[in-house]
Write a new protein. Structure first.
Length: 385
């Protein structure tokens, strides 16, 4: 009895540590391969890659970019120039993406700050966190100088996005832990049966048992891939075009720009903003230039365009009104995130029922039944009896 308990304990500990880490190793290899292909550093940038040597691995969290805006706002209020503030802040936070290395190179070569930010944003991955932060920094700069109030608003925008991402990450981590445990349970029972049952060890080489084990492993891994893809799609947040335009408009207006100049800065935000900026640059009236907002989103885009046109006509301050519109967009995003979180367990039940549960039957229950049936014998009465 002691040998059985000790063998089962050893097998349980081995499976507990081996199976989840096997899945993690394969996932990390793929993630590292994607990261290597998406963050290629040119030989001219290798001199400053030491800046980000301590932060290799995952991309910088959004809170780091919010802290960057806060540091720039403090440095600007203390009288530091934009060049000195950017260099000191980036070296302090040690970002990983090569676009920040490019920004440091351009700043140290005494290029204008707005030009350096533009080049760095164009070298970043589209719609990435780094590109969003650099775009907000561009909106907070006027004539090569940062405006602290605009940086404060940019920091609040990034912190709100960080809170939304944290809520999704918590829901995804809970679902992922449940999936890992359910995926490892069949292997745990299989190892326990190998240790405890001699009949099972003798029947493990049968073709039918081997076939069932192979099918179970394939279903188990397929279910894990399916669950991982569902979690990845649930965590991925689609960019809200109207919301980003509204936030950039708030930052530009707090920087002291006029309405026309603030709308022209939408060129770096999204495709819709680029179309609007081109129409304004060609001399189109503001009311006609804002028509693409309605095409992008019929309700929120129409409200934003109507607010801008009214403010341009009456000349009254519009910062508070646009800020309220941005707050409404944030509330709507929170509602969508809450909907995703509530839908995630229901979505995960499909691969659990179709893949993980059948793999549990094929890896643990079916081989035990076959081993037990192999020990059954039917005694027939003799002819003399």
């Amino acid at each position: 009895m002691i040998d059985i308990v000790s063998g089962f304990s050893i097998a349980s500990v081995f499976i507990w540590f081996a199976v989840p880490r096997l899945f993690a190793i394969t996932d990390s290899v793929e993630a590292r391969h994607r990261l290597k292909n998406s963050h290629l550093v040119t030989p001219s940038q290798t001199s400053l890659v030491r800046i980000s040597s301590k932060s290799r691995g995952n991309p910088a969290p959004i809170l780091e970019f919010a802290a960057l805006c806060d540091s720039l706002a403090r440095a600007t209020r203390s009288g530091a120039s934009a060049h000195d503030a950017i260099l000191a802040t980036i070296q302090r936070h040690q970002f990983q993406d090569p676009c920040w290395v490019q920004l440091c190179n351009d700043i140290m070569s005494l290029q204008p700050c707005d030009t350096a930010l533009l080049i760095a944003r164009q070298s970043a991955m589209p719609n990435s966190r780094d590109a969003q932060c650099l775009s907000l920094l561009e909106s907070a700069m006027v004539h090569g100088n940062f405006l602290p109030n605009a940086l404060d608003h940019a920091s609040s925008v990034l912190r709100d996005r960080a809170a939304c991402s944290a809520e999704l990450a918590v829901a995804a981590s809970q679902a992922q832990l449940s999936a890992r445990l359910l995926s490892a349970l069949p292997f745990l029972l299989l190892a326990g049966a190998l240790v405890i049952s001699p009949q099972f060890r003798t029947s493990i080489g049968k073709p039918l048992v081997v076939f069932l084990l192979i099918c179970g492993i394939i279903l188990n891994r397929l279910g894990w891939r399916w669950i991982s893809s569902l979690i990845t799609r649930a965590v991925r947040t689609e960019p809200d075009g109207i919301g980003e335009l509204t936030e950039h408009l708030c930052v530009s207006l707090r920087a002291g720009l006029s309405m026309i100049h603030a709308c022209e800065r939408w060129r770096s935000v999204s495709v819709t903003g680029n179309v609007i900026a081109d129409l304004i640059s060609t001399g189109a009236p503001l009311e006609e230039a804002l028509i693409p907002l309605t095409t992008a989103h019929q309700i929120s885009g129409k409200n934003l365009g109507h607010t801008i046109v009214e403010a341009e006509r009456d000349g009254l301050p519009i910062v508070d009104t646009v800020t309220r519109l941005a707050t409404d967009h944030r509330i709507e995003q929170r509602r969508l995130i809450d909907t995703k979180i509530r839908q995630l367990p229901t979505r995960l039940s499909i691969p659990l029922v179709m893949c993980v549960l059948p793999s549990f039957l094929l890896l643990s229950v079916a081989p035990l039944i076959i081993a037990s049936l192999g020990q059954l014998s039917v005694s027939l009465p003799s002819i003399t009896q």
